[in-house]
Each structure stands twice: as structure tokens, then as C-alpha cells.
Design a protein around this ligand. Sequence first.
Ligand code: NAD
Length: 353
Amino acid sequence: TPIAPFVFPGLRSRVIFGAGTIARTGAEVERLGRSRALVLSTPNQEADAHALADRLGPLSAGVFTEAAMHTPVEVTEKALAVFSGSGADCVVALGGGSTTGLGKAIATRTGTDQVVIPTTYAGSEMTDILGETAGGEKTTRRDASILPETVIYDVDLTLTLPVGMTVTSGLNALAHAAEALYAEDRNPVIALMSAEAIRALAEALPAVVRDPSDVEARSLAQYGAWLCGIALGGSAMALHHKLCHTLGGSFGTPHAETHAILLPHTVGFNAGAAAGLLEPVAKAFGDTPGRGLFRFARDLGSPMRLADFGLTEADLDRAAEIATRNPYSNPRPFDRQQIRSLLQDALEGRQPP
Ligand code: NAD
């Protein structure tokens, strides 16, 4: 097959991968030419954040543990006050996408460096994208100052990720790879990474569900999630991410769960128009891409119905309207009626085509 012209955005962050690598945080802060790190976390991971600050010793400027989903600007403002009050000159974000988001929000306002230590599979650490909420509205932007400088993937920190969150966060990661395969601006390097990511997660997630303390399987899952993050940062996302953004932003549905429920439906919807491109999905999960993903998610015990998160048919009327208001690229053209019907299937947990 001929190689179509493409743009590859490059690999732009330093990555340290492996068990026990959290011990290298101090050295990585110093490598950036920084000497006082504000450690960030959510309230849930407060103990881990304090342990990391203790480990950093004089390189720690303190701890801020109020990171929250969707990066509310009020939290960012409070964190900025702590950041400048403590004399910090960089941030270390320890946690999932919510904590990474706070680090990005501080970095883009101050120009500081970020070291991110991800503990979920969300992939935000590999992107220059920041979503923030103010007055109930979520806005998203891209900027070079948002991309973290250094990322430390220490598998040991993922061992405590509960099985339910492991599954939904893993499916969230898979969504990045799936949409990268058919992205309008796709390129062969990210396609390779996406196919490898799908292979890794298809093998790793069932193994982690069987034994959440299986370090090898956890490592493979984290490796896959890393590649998915690169795919997300380097590609224009389509219908799937647009719908998840609408449901999360306007109806407050939880991030990873929304991705997990919608993925078989959105990929199923696009499968006919992107059949060749979605081959890695068909290869990993069998059947059609939509049905294969549906069965994979169900067998992992993933939530399958939007109705279980309080969404109603009236919400879906509005969601379909919001999600089709502005045009964006997608392999299969669609109208409001088709999106409404896709959402109905996801509401009820019906098997996609
Ligand atoms: P999260 O960061 O909100 O984490 C969910 C909960 O799990 C938190 O309470 C957290 O403390 C806890 N947790 C995380 N890791 C844990 C672990 N290993 N053990 C025990 N508990 C753990 O969830 P998320 O799905 O990682 O992130 C979602 C947020 O990230 C959303 O706001 C989303 O918009 C954003 N996001 C942004 C991008 C981007 O590129 N900008 C990409 C993906 C996600």
C-alpha cells in the first residue's frame, strides 16, 4: 500500500518506565534545573503525596491535595496561591487525569515545569490538552506550555487502582487508540503505536481483573495506556471523544465510565466507514469492532448502561443536539437522529451492530 502524505508531531516528553521508578522523582526534578517541587494529588491519594514529599526532602516545597475532576478554576486559583506562597519552582503531579489536569493548569499559567506520575490509564500526561471548568462550563484548549516535560510510569502505584476503575480507565485508554486509527490526521507511526496499545490492553486487562496484584499484567496495561496517551496527544479525536465530552461536560457523567460505556457504540457506528483502519480492533477482540468491544467490556464487568449514571431520554435528546451543533471530522457522516439512536443503545446497554 502506498504511504499517504502525513505530519508526525514528534515525541516530546521524557518517559521513565518501570517498577520503583518513583524513587527517581528527585533526580528528574533536578534534571529540569528545578529545586522546589509542589506535590499535587486528589484527597484520595493524600497519603501517597505526603510520602513522596518526604522522599523528596529539601526538593519538596509542600503538598496540595485538592485536585478535582474536570479541573475547576477555583481549585486552580487556590493551588496557584499555594504554589507561589511556597516558593515552588515546579510541580510533581501524582495521580490520575484530575491531578495531571491541575498540574497542567498551573504550568500554563506560570510557565513552570511538570513531572507527572500517572496512577490511572487516562493518558492526559502525554497530551498538550487541558480541559477546565468555570461556572459549570467545560472548555478545552491546546498549548505547548500544557504538555508535561517528564513522565514517570511506576507500575507499583497502579496496584491500588480498584478493579472497576482499572477496567473503565483501560477502556478510556483504548478509546484514544481506536479513534487515532481512523483520525483525519492519522499517520503510520501513531497507527503502529495504537495497534500495539490495543494488543497490550486486550491481553493485560483480563489478566489484571483475574489478579489485580499481577505486576506483569499491570505493567503491560500501563505500557498500553502510555501508547494510547501518545495517540490521544497526536491525533484529532472524533465522534467518540466528542460525545464523551458532551456527556461529561453538560451532564456530569463520570469520565472513565462514560468512555467505557460509549466505546463499543461509537466504534460500531464508525466501523463500516473505517473497516480497514480498525483492523487492529477486529484482530484483538474478534467479531465486528463494535460487538467485539462490547463483549470485551461486558466480560471485564464494565458498566454497560448510561441509565445507571442517572441519564434520561430527555437528557439524550439534548445531548444529541449539543453534540451535533458544531461540525467536526468523523469517518462516517452523521445527523442528530443517528446520534440520538446511538445514545439510546448506550442508555439501555444494547449490543451495537
Ligand atoms: P481521576 O484522576 O479523577 O481519578 C479518579 C479517582 O481515583 C481519584 O479519586 C483518584 O485519587 C483515584 N485514583 C487514581 N489512581 C489511583 C490508584 N492507583 N489507586 C487508588 N486510587 C486512585 O480519574 P481519571 O479517569 O484518571 O481522570 C479523569 C480526568 O482527567 C477528567 O477530568 C478528564 O477530563 C481528564 N483527562 C484529560 C485528558 C487530557 O488530555 N487533557 C486526558 C484524559 C483525561
